[in-house]
Design a protein around this ligand. Structure first.
Ligand code: HEC
Length: 318
């Protein structure tokens, strides 16, 4: 305790003195030195992906940019760590200079933090005490020690058990994330949707001013499939609402008629997470999804969000 207090006082004392001593200058020049030495590194990394760029002539692809940024981040963090080590060693040298010889000797005797941690996580018997754990196995002079399992190994082992439990809960008990097969199904459904969207422009005789509700079971099933895959992340697969509002009650922010719903899905709500889906959905599927949303009314899913917006009263039998 007193040692720590002393150290803190010494450090404070030192920092106060810094302005007047040459230490500041030394640290500065050290930093300058270091940075000029390592500053070139990022550019080296930057040029590699640029040279390897073949996919497009218009610029760096997103993946490349991602790796460049990650690479730069790693380099900068390494630089910062290097600098920190340099500064610490400098400070240490200065602090030790001002210490009495006895203190210095006692400090040198104490193992470093790293050495202590290393010893703790390996838990090896020192060479001199190995006799205590020597087994009486002897194979042509090759003997065996009865060492403990190293604590780092045990820690990894326990961690893997914890991970396994979490994995089991997430994927098999609560099923809160899709398994590989379901993930595959979802992706296939998305690809299918994208494909059918690309097949020639579909001419329809309605738009957001007069789109009719389609109660055809096949249309609703198609809308449901798309809704669960694409809209569920914000409105919940059952429409109860998460980041986006509840779509199963009688309260709507933008109106609850078929045309209102179709309009919101087609054009989105500016400056909210509700984007325009026009480019991703052909009009038929848009009508199917809107019809499905409309059909959710009064389903009362468990855990739904409270009402948001204004009460919408059905005008006709739409
Ligand atoms: C990224 C999140 C997100 C996704 C994905 C999303 N929505 Fe929304 N949605 C919202 C938010 C947020 C609002 C509320 C906008 C506002 O504040 O006006 C909203 C509003 C709506 C509304 C109007 C609700 C009302 O009260 O008037 C409808 C209808 C709707 N979404 C349907 C859909 C459908 C259908 C899809 C899938 C094609 C979808 N949303 C996908 C976030 C999302």
């Amino acid at each position: 305790m007193t040692f720590h207090l002393l150290m803190t006082r010494q450090l404070l004392h030192l920092i106060l003195k810094m302005k007047t001593t040459k230490l500041m200058e030394r640290i500065k020049s050290k930093i300058k030195n270091l940075s000029s030495k390592y500053m070139l590194l990022p550019f080296l990394f930057l040029t590699t992906p640029l040279a390897a760029q073949t996919e497009s002539s218009t610029g760096i692809s997103q993946t490349t940019a991602f790796y460049v940024v990650i690479g730069l981040l790693i380099i900068v963090s390494l630089l910062v760590i290097l600098l920190a080590f340099n500064i610490v060693s400098l400070l240490k040298a200065v602090v030790q200079k001002e210490m009495s010889p006895e203190k210095k000797a006692s400090m040198e005797k104490e193992p470093s933090w790293f050495a202590k941690t290393w010893a703790k996580w390996n838990d090896l018997k020192p060479l001199e005490e190995e006799q205590d754990i020597m087994l009486d196995h002897d194979y042509d002079g090759i003997k065996e020690l009865d060492n403990h399992l190293p604590p780092w190994w045990k820690a990894l082992f326990y961690l893997s058990i914890v991970y396994a439990v979490i994995y089991l809960m997430v994927f098999h008990v609560f099923k809160s994330a899709p398994l590989q097969e379901e993930e595959y199904e979802i992706e296939m459904a998305l690809a299918q949707a994208a494909k059918s969207n690309m097949e020639q422009t579909i001419v329809v005789d309605f738009d957001e001013s007069n789109v009719p509700f389609n109660d055809d079971a096949e249309a609703l099933a198609d809308g449901k499939k798309f809704f669960e895959a694409q809209c569920g992340m914000c409105h919940k697969a059952d429409g109860g609402g998460l980041a986006g509002p509840n779509l199963t009650d009688d309260y709507w922010k933008h109106g609850g008629s078929m045309t209102d719903i179709y309009n919101v899905i087609k054009n989105g709500v500016p400056n909210t997470a509700m984007i325009s889906w026009e480019s991703k959905l052909n009009p038929i599927r848009l009508q199917n999804v809107a019809s499905y949303v409309k059909s959710l009314r009064g389903t009362n899913p468990p855990g739904a969000l409270p009402p948001d917006g204004e009460l919408y009263v059905e005008e006709s039998n739409q």
